[in-house]
Design a protein around this ligand. Structure first.
Ligand code: SF4
Ligand code: SF4
Ligand code: SF4
Ligand SMILES: [Zn+2]
Ligand SMILES: [Zn+2]
Length: 582
């Protein structure tokens, strides 16, 4: 049962996600799921549709516990196979339901009581005995009853979702839409719905591979490709960068500085979408976002124009579904899914994300032990490098996830740009760089105008930047190659530089890029005119020297977005900004 409330109609309670009174989207007020004692399975309705019994309330939402997770739980509790013949579910974090009875476990104490290596050993020992339960699970009484009892619910949500997809996309060209595919259960359902609703079944799927995906996701993607060969599944991946190397140079990501999302996710996906749908006027992106996932998502609209990505309509067909519904759909339709859910993970994504719970970290230690240990080592080394005296505790207790800014990170020193106004010439600045001058520096001034190498005095290495329209000088740059002093004169031919403070900031930002760019590619995404290209000439290398940063003068319109988009001109510098002490 799900209840909604319409804020517009004075908190009117509604049964549907659209207010029957005013037609607005309602807010999710709450949900209830029940247990039928007679059928020994969960029910969406309070009265069991199969046997007519009155069911008992068991929680707000629920997911099945697969035999793999069940065995893990039993091993952790020291009682292998004690629940093997039971109907086992989970109603949120550490609250399990066994044959309708609540069984709360303490994840914290289970973690503390159990050594990861011993757990792995035990799981291996019992693996063969568990196979029978794994193979029979989908046709077990538990699941068969779950499907039977909730048939009405399944029909209702399926009917609604299919109609919704058809009404939005039914008459559109399938080459102007795609499914945003993460390999998680929600996008699995959306993919299945979209392919069922639309005739050609060849809607493009775009899978964002952050390079930090669970091994089970990689396996699932392979199986998906095999099972649905007519569905094009494209991968968006940043192959230029290496996560571990980046962690060593700029430090691991933290909750407040999730730079890897920018480097490995957003940039790669935006590029893939742009190149795939070059000529499309508007594209539809089907997503698996659901609003019961978090408070911040509880107000998500069913469809929205994505302001970050031009011309994209984001459509969320299962926005109002519960976990209960997602599993009901997957199990009823016998759809293949990511095995991470069998192991007990509740979400998939990056296995080393600072946003993951301590419990999924523990699971990662069990199921992807060698990767996990490798990452731990990187974390330990990092903590030592930034001078944490209690470095092991700092990592083990998860303090690293709360890190903000680049304190102690050597690389953050590179972004310091200092300058002095010239004592002799008006409107002239002397910048002191942390990286010697090469011819590479000039291109960072292209957003301000056209570079001219002819006008200046050769002996002083002068390069002019001319205004795009008037051809009048805007900047004069001079500096000896190899030295670290650069002199820039600002002419008042350009309105851009009329305010001194802004002129200083713009110049500083561009010099900072020259010094620090490690090719995160965010600048590329910022330029709406396709003029900017950033790539790494040596794959996986995290040094500023191997980065090619180019601006196509024929495409650049001088909008300056790339100059002013980030504080200090660079996303990575912003991440590594050092907080002033005291
Ligand atoms: S680890 Fe977390 S922050 Fe990093 S890319 Fe993955 S989801 Fe984003
Ligand atoms: S300048 Fe900074 S934000 Fe731009 S691509 Fe380079 S590292 Fe990324
Ligand atoms: S964002 Fe693109 S078009 Fe605008 S100034 Fe930068 S490179 Fe030029
Ligand atoms: Zn209303
Ligand atoms: Zn029943």
């Amino acid at each position: 049962m799900i209840s909604y409330v319409c804020r517009r109609c004075n908190d009117l309670e509604c049964e549907t996600s659209v207010c029957p009174n005013c037609g607005e989207r309602t807010e999710l007020a709450g949900s209830k799921v029940f247990w039928c004692e007679h059928c020994n399975a969960p029910s969406f309705d309070e009265v069991c549709n199969q046997c007519g019994s009155l069911c008992a309330y068991i929680g707000t939402d629920l997911r099945p516990v697969f035999p793999e997770e069940r065995l893990l739980l039993e091993v952790l509790l020291g009682q292998p196979f004690c629940f093997a013949e039971s109907s086992v579910w989970n109603v949120g974090s550490n609250n399990y339901i066994v044959d309708g009875k609540k069984k709360a476990v303490s994840f914290k104490s289970l973690r503390e009581r159990n050594d990861i290596d011993k757990v792995i050993e035990k799981l291996n020992e019992y693996h063969n005995k568990n196979i029978k339960y794994v193979q029979e699970f989908e046709s077990s009484k538990t699941i068969v009853n779950f499907i039977k009892i909730n048939k009405n619910r399944l029909n209702a949500i399926t009917y609604e979702a299919l109609n919704y997809i058809k009404s939005l996309a039914g008459d559109k060209n399938e080459s102007e839409m795609f499914v945003s595919f993460s390999g998680g259960k929600d996008s699995t359902v959306v993919s299945h719905l979209v392919r069922s609703a639309l005739p050609d079944k060849n809607v493009i799927h775009i899978y964002g591979d952050t390079t930090l995906e669970y091994p089970t996701s990689e396996d699932y993607i392979k199986r998906f490709r095999k099972e649905y060969p007519q569905t094009p599944l494209l991968t968006a991946k940043n192959k230029d960068q290496d996560f571990n190397n980046l962690c060593e140079v700029i430090g691991p990501p933290a909750r407040m500085m999730r730079w890897c999302c920018t480097v490995f996710k957003t940039g790669a996906i935006t590029k893939k979408i742009d190149s795939t749908f070059k000529n499309a006027k508007q594209i539809i992106a089907f997503q698996g976002i659901r609003r019961n996932e978090s408070v911040s998502r509880s107000k998500y609209e069913k469809e929205s124009d994505d302001s970050k990505i031009k011309k994209q309509l984001a459509v969320n067909p299962i926005i109002d579904w519960l976990d209960f519904d997602v599993w009901l759909y997957i199990l009823s339709n016998r759809i293949d899914f990511n095995y991470a859910y069998r192991q007990g993970f509740t979400r998939v994504g990056c296995w080393c994300c600072p946003n993951n719970s301590a419990w999924s970290e523990f699971l990662a230690g069990i199921y992807m032990n060698s990767k996990y240990n490798e990452f731990r080592d990187i974390l330990y080394k990092f903590a030592q490098k930034i001078g944490k005296p209690d470095w092991k505790v700092y990592i083990d207790d998860g303090e690293w996830k709360k890190r903000q800014g680049g304190n102690g990170v050597e690389y953050s020193q590179k972004s310091i740009v200092s300058f002095k106004p010239c004592a002799l010439e008006e409107n002239t600045y002397n910048f002191e760089l942390t990286k010697p001058i090469t011819t590479d520096i000039y291109k960072f001034f292209k957003p301000f105008g056209i570079l001219n190498y002819e006008m200046g005095r050769k002996s002083l290495n002068e390069v002019y930047v001319l205004d795009r329209k008037s051809n009048m000088p805007v900047l004069r740059i001079s500096g000896r190659l190899g030295s670290s002093l650069i002199k820039i004169t600002v002419f008042d031919n350009s309105p851009v530089f009329r305010i001194k403070r802004i002129a200083e900031m713009y110049l500083k930002n561009q010099i900072n890029k020259y010094q620090t760019c490690i090719g995160c590619t965010y600048c590329e995404a910022v330029c709406k005119f396709g003029a900017l290209k950033v790539f790494n000439t040596k794959k996986g290398d995290v040094s500023n020297d191997s980065i090619s940063y180019s601006i196509d003068e024929n495409k650049c319109v001088g909008c300056l977005e790339c100059v002013k988009h980030f504080e200090n001109g660079c996303y990575i510098s912003k991440v590594l900004k050092v907080k002033k002490q005291g």
